[in-house]
Design a protein around this ligand. Structure first.
Ligand SMILES: [Zn+2]
Length: 276
C-alpha cells in the first residue's frame, strides 16, 4: 500500500566489526558470511515488499572480497553506489588520497558487477564544506549523484545549514537524508540510530507531513548490521557506542518491513528516471 508517491531507499553495505568502535578488537569472525547473511535478509524483504528497489552503497573492500554478493544485488535489479574503499572518513584524507580511494572502490564494484557506478556516499557523512575539491574529484570520476551531507547538527557529523531537499552542487545531484524541521531545528529520523529510537508512528507521521508539505521524495538510509536481529555481541565497548550500535537492533527489521510496505520506495536511479 502506498501512502505517498515514490521515495528513495538506500543501504550502506559495510562490515559491522570494521566500524571505529571496534578498532582495537581482534577477531576471527567470517566477515563475508556476516555481510552476506545480513544483505540476503534485506534482499528477501525487498523482494517480498512488491519487489522494492534500492541503491546499495558498497564498501570497495567488500566488493573485492565478495564479488558474488555485489553481483547478486545487481541481478535483483538494485542500483550500486560506492561507500568508499575502506570506510575511512573522507575529511581525514587528502585530495589525492580521497581520489585514489574513490577510484579503487569504483573499480572493485564495477569489476564485480559489470556496472558503471554513478553514486557515492562518504562513510559516516564525512564531507566537510572546507573540502572544496570534493565535487571536482566526484565529477572527474563520473559520479552523478552524491549523498554525503546530513543536514543536521550532531556530535560526530552533519551540517545544519545544508539544504534539506535534493539540489545540485557543482553539477552533481546531492541527495540528503530526510529531516523534519521543528522550531528551526532539523530532526533526523530517516535511518540509523534515529530510525531505531523513534516509534514507528512518529516516523510515519513525519513522512506523511513532509510529503504533503514539500512534495519531495523521502530519503531513507539503513545499514545491513542494524537490521540484523542476531547481531554479534561485543561487550568491551563504551556505553555510548553500545547504545548507538545496538539500541533496538532486535526489532529494527520488523520496523523496516512495515516501512517498505507502507510507503513506495525505489533506487536513486529509478527515481531520477521517473522524475525527470
Ligand atoms: Zn558507512
Amino acid at each position: 500500500m502506498s501512502l505517498t508517491g515514490k521515495n528513495i531507499l538506500t543501504i550502506d553495505c559495510e562490515d559491522f566489526l570494521e566500524l571505529p568502535a571496534f578498532k582495537d578488537l581482534k577477531h576471527n569472525a567470517d566477515l563475508n558470511k556476516m555481510i552476506d547473511n545480513q544483505v540476503s535478509a534485506i534482499l528477501k524483504e525487498l523482494h517480498d515488499a512488491n519487489d522494492t528497489k534500492a541503491t546499495f552503497f558498497i564498501v570497495g573492500e567488500i566488493a573485492k572480497r565478495n564479488p558474488d554478493l555485489v553481483k547478486r544485488i545487481k541481478e535483483k535489479g538494485h542500483q550500486l553506489g560506492s561507500h568508499s574503499l575502506k570506510h575511512k572518513k573522507a575529511y581525514k584524507l587528502t585530495k589525492s588520497e580521497f581520489e585514489s580511494d574513490l577510484k579503487e572502490s569504483l573499480q572493485q564494484i564495477s569489476k564485480a558487477s559489470g556496472e558503471v557506478v554513478e553514486c557515492y556516499r562518504a562513510p559516516m557523512w564525512s564531507y566537510k564544506p572546507k573540502m572544496k575539491w570534493f565535487w571536482d574529484v566526484l565529477s572527474k570520476n563520473k559520479i552523478k549523484y552524491d549523498s554525503s551531507i546530513f543536514p543536521i547538527s550532531s556530535m560526530m557529523y552533519g551540517n545544519p545549514k545544508a539544504l534539506r531537499i535534493i539540489h545540485r552542487i557543482n553539477g552533481i545531484v546531492e541527495i540528503p537524508p530526510s529531516t523534519f524541521r521543528i522550531l528551526g531545528i532539523n530532526i533526523p529520523f530517516s535511518g540509523g540510530i534515529y530510525f531505531r529510537i523513534l516509534p514507528y508512528g512518529i516516523i510515519k507521521y513525519f513522512i506523511r507531513r513532509l510529503r504533503k508539505k514539500c512534495n519531495q521524495p523521502i530519503i531513507m538510509y539503513f545499514h545491513p548490521w542494524e537490521l540484523d536481529p542476531k547481531l554479534v555481541k561485543i561487550r568491551k565497548i563504551s556505553p555510548l557506542y553500545k547504545f548507538v550500535l545496538y539500541h533496538n537492533t532486535k526489532n529494527s527489521m520488523k520496523k523496516f518491513r512495515k516501512l517498505i510496505n507502507d510507503f513506495d520506495f525505489t533506487s536513486i536511479e529509478e527515481y531520477s528516471e521517473i522524475s525527470v
